[in-house]
Design a protein around this ligand. Sequence first.
Ligand SMILES: *[C@@H]1O[C@H](CO)[C@@H](O)[C@H](O)[C@H]1NC(C)=O
Ligand SMILES: [Cu+2]
Length: 239
Amino acid sequence: MRFDALAAVALAPLVAGHGAVTSYIIGGTTYPGFTGFSPDSSPETIQFQWPDYNPTMEVSDAKMRCNGGTSADLSAPVEAGQNVTAVWSQWTHAQGPVMVWMYKCDGDFGSSCTGEGQGWFKIDQMGLFGSDPNSEDWGTGIVLKTLEWSSKVPSNLAPGNYLIRHELLALHQANTPQFYAECAQVVVSGSGTAAPPSDKLYSIPTYAPQDDPGIMVDIYQGGLTSYTCPGGDVWEGFE
Ligand SMILES: *[C@@H]1O[C@H](CO)[C@@H](O)[C@H](O)[C@H]1NC(C)=O
Ligand SMILES: [Cu+2]
């Protein structure tokens, strides 16, 4: 929303799902996400529980990583090659990309797996798929219509504990990016060995400069017919 903080105060029940992945569907099982506003009484979930719905505006903000959330109590199993479907109870912006990232933990979840350092890589993304940026032909336009996003965990991804991060970058206000990101904990099984090379690994926050043309952009400027997502492509070594 344009003025998220004000809207949250005035319309709290209506925006109860704003920017939030409220559940994940993995292998036919639905895992609750986090719905916000009641962190003290929320049941344990696989999702990092975050402090507020406000968009993150700066790519260097610590909230970029997992919306300021802290490690989750639970994790969900996923076989390499299976899809993870994120479900939003509400989403309001139709311009901007969807980017789905993962991060391999060194070992256990919890304080030793907070997404620190240059370890984030993309498994999926969709920016502008038409030629008119002032349309709903965007990854987030699909989320607006379907309230979900399905991504395949690469079938050759090495097994282990991972964070999965769903990032919606709303670009409906010229040169005023709004990032909405959330993280969940998944345990990947399989016999793959793939791990992206260092040039496909990013630190979050600050996976790109704030003035990246995919971030600081006026989608209404005349002549803009294509768009490149910030933070690079999905590694071509994934299957
Ligand atoms: C799984 O995710 C991929 C995108 O990575 C998508 O193309 C495909 O339709 C999804 N399959 C299902 C059954 O949702
Ligand atoms: Cu908003």
